[in-house]
Design a protein around this ligand. Sequence first.
Ligand code: ADP
Ligand code: ZN
Length: 595
Amino acid sequence: MKNNEKNNKDKIYYTIFTIVVLITSIIIIFALLNKNNNADENEMTYTELITKIDQNTVEKIEMTVGSSSVKVKLKNEEEEKKAIVPSTQAFIELVQEKALEGNTIDLKQKPVSAFVTISETLFSLLPTILIVILFILIFKMQGLGDKGKVYDAESEKTNITFKDVAGLDEEKNELLEIVNFLKEPKKFHQMGAKIPRGILLYGKPGTGKTLIAKAIAGEAGVPFISMSGSEFIEMFAGLGASRVRKLFEKAKKISPCIVFIDEIDAIGARRTGGSGAESENNQTLNQLLVEMDGFNTEETVIVLAATNRPEMLDKALLRPGRFDRQITIAVPDAKGREAILKIHSENKPLGDDIDLKEIATDTAGFTGAELANVLNESAIIATTRGHEKIVMDDLEEAVKKVTVGLQKNSRVISDKDKKLTAYHEAGHAIVSKYLETQQDVKEVSIIPRGLAGGYTMYKTNEDKYYISRTEMEEKLIALLGGRAAEKIALNDISTGASNDIEVATEIAKDMVKKYGMSDKVGPINLETKEQYELQVFGNNIEDIVGVEVKTLIDTAYIRAQELILEHMDKLHAVAGKLLEKETITAEEFEKIFDN
Ligand code: ADP
Ligand code: ZN
């Protein structure tokens, strides 16, 4: 949202900028044209004017007090001309002198009209004003205009409390002491207790880190100020540091309060020295460290920061007195998911057949944000379908929509593509059927959803904390089952497998670099290492990683093809059923294997 606002502002600036540039150019062009015209016809030089007066050909001169421009009417000409006189007083004297000498000049002195002077002055100032506006706009667009302005971090009173955060009981418990401290800091100080200044929340996006930080503020009844680390990226030199300073200035002013820094990895990434952008980030990071070290005991400011990539953080952030407490906010388990679904369904009319527990079972791996999204989608689906209440079918459709994307009924699919998709999906289903560790098939479909031409959904069993190497290897086989089926049954391969290949490659890389599951590399973490750090493991460690990843994938692909070849009859049966019915359920799928 923040970014959007910024973009909109930028857009407005650009529009104004363009308009001003246009107007300025038009005025300049007109002024130039006018000048030429005047010089040709309507204007006479002072010398000319004097000559004309001397020749007694001037009939009338009109002057406005305070203006050096005079109107001159010549005796033999219709049109009035303009002239500029260097000194009005001297000119009047000169004309009067000439009159005494027998010249007949009608000299009129008009009093100044306030309106005329103001508009004339304004008009003559217009280019200057426009240029000034231009400069201001240019500075604004570069973000320099902010410099003078006090950075206004969002500060809000939240009415979110721990009640609004489902699950996360241990985490809430741990944070309760922070709440108590914010409520009664003196009590803690008197006891000589040190309360952590900074708390890092680790966890995937959407797991409720912001929510829980707000809940702390809400529980303690203190303001919540937030900013996101990503705001500092692409910012003007020195601005990041100054924003951090102002954020903390404000926090100290309204203390006790909670400061929340989202995506702290954007400013607190490990310092490796080097590029300009990096040194800018360093300034911002240094300022943050200075601020956190600079708290005195009077100020009750608690800084919470969130990140999804703890391994990226600069170690300096984790020193005592800074973010010395870390809390991991995990993806919710089945019980947690049910609780989250319950909270987010409170304001929605639910049909009697709704079973949130079942939905919770079906949504392993979903974050709180995704679950909230599922309920919202289900409400939209129910409305579209004209239901009075949200029924189980709406909710199940919403889960599918969030997992695989929206069903695309309108897309016209050629028979050739349908056949390809049918064999591809049947391939996934068949291969996983014969793999010990893989989950049972829940639904196979060749109706396109989102980006996918079809999908195979698996039942989710219990939430697991550990995944074995065998399971990962078999996952690779299942992922490549689609491609294997295309190749064997249709003797061709397609782009349809690109997502499977992407996922499989990621898993294989993780197996080698993160989980130490490759014998040649061993249990070494190579995931977050910089180039120079890798050299410790020998110069060709990356080549070995590459070979190991490729071996894992190749082996899985061969195994997938073997399984398909072994069960060709089943493959044809499942693909045929898919072409006939488009979507087949778990029961229909299992039936094919019964006889
Ligand atoms: P993060 O900061 O970790 O990216 P958010 O706190 O912004 O995630 O979560 C986004 C939304 O997801 C929340 O506003 C809330 O609606 C929902 N949500 C996430 N976790 C929970 C939870 N534990 N209980 C209730 N709602 C949750
Ligand atoms: Zn696939």
